[in-house]
Write a protein that binds this ligand. Sequence first.
Ligand code: SF4
Length: 373
Amino acid sequence: MNAILPKIKEYSQNTNETTIKIKVLIDTLYNNQRLEKSQYKYILDNITEDETEYLYQKAFEAKMKHYKNKVYLRGLVEISSYCSQGCKYCGINAFVKDATRYRLTKEEIIDCCEGGYILGYRTFVIQGGEDRFYSDELMIDIIKTLKSKFEDIRITLSLGERNYLSYLKLYNAGADRYLLRHETASKRLYEHLHHDFMSFEKRREALANLKKIGYQVGAGFMVGSPTQTNEDLVEDLLYLKDLDPHMVGIGPYLCHSDTELKGNDSGTLTETLIMVALVRLQNQKALLPSTTALGTLDKKGREKALHAGANVMMPNISPTKHREAYEIYQNKICTGDTSVQCRGCIELRIKSQKHQVDLGVGDYIDLQEGAIK
Ligand code: SF4
């Protein structure tokens, strides 16, 4: 069990005085883009459904100020379900014996991106478990091939922890961005969720290295993971404020029955939307994905996230035959859809929310052409 956002869980109601105090703190966060530790804690300890609408509305305003109603699309290629890591929540971690394992060849990855390019995508997110098969040499070859075929694209890597030199080589080969969720900024919780051979410090060092090299960096965390507390979530907010990443992926913890954490409650949509909105208010220029995991929790989860500050979606362009095997969590939506179907479905969903599809490269706002730095 996690112990976050108690009043949301209990459907409590606040006195007028508490509601006003929460709204004042939300306004302060909107204006100053930071709060004190105790102020974040006050919001998380006391927020009820009565204040969430106000929170989402302010987060939406913050998004509109910097990105308007654009939603950037990224084509997602899931290249490998092999992983040497031991994240206890993940359905493809090294200890899950029954997981179906596959990996894509260089040619298959290029084919996926070619198909994605025809569908209009200009950012490709190459994501996989930590799989040593993808050596620096192979990744450099893939990155250079993609960059020589398509001049007007960005390449985002999401391949887990690698050493500084490896990150540097991939950056020099043409990779533009790197996603590496920190998962939790609480050392206690990190150690609860990961096997002993994984290191909280190493994960943070990897993120610091990526920033130092010059990548547009994405961090991120899970909401509702087993034993998570409001103090842990406050740590996430403070860490993200300090790191100042270009992207932040925030998703619910979704319990997988083949993992060591089986039997735990999953995170909820409301908990996750609250954290998306708080991050939007404090890291106002960050690109925030509306994750597929939210769509798994609630049919309209991804649409709701757009109204809580999210502005990126990542339709899947991986080969349909492997989609189910990339089962980091269960009951993942869209695994049977082709890239073309995903493209159409996502566009309709975005338009239905009076948002605009943006198929440009969608850099962090200060790095966009003509941006006032
Ligand atoms: S979360 Fe990523 S690094 Fe961790 S086990 Fe799953 S695929 Fe591997």
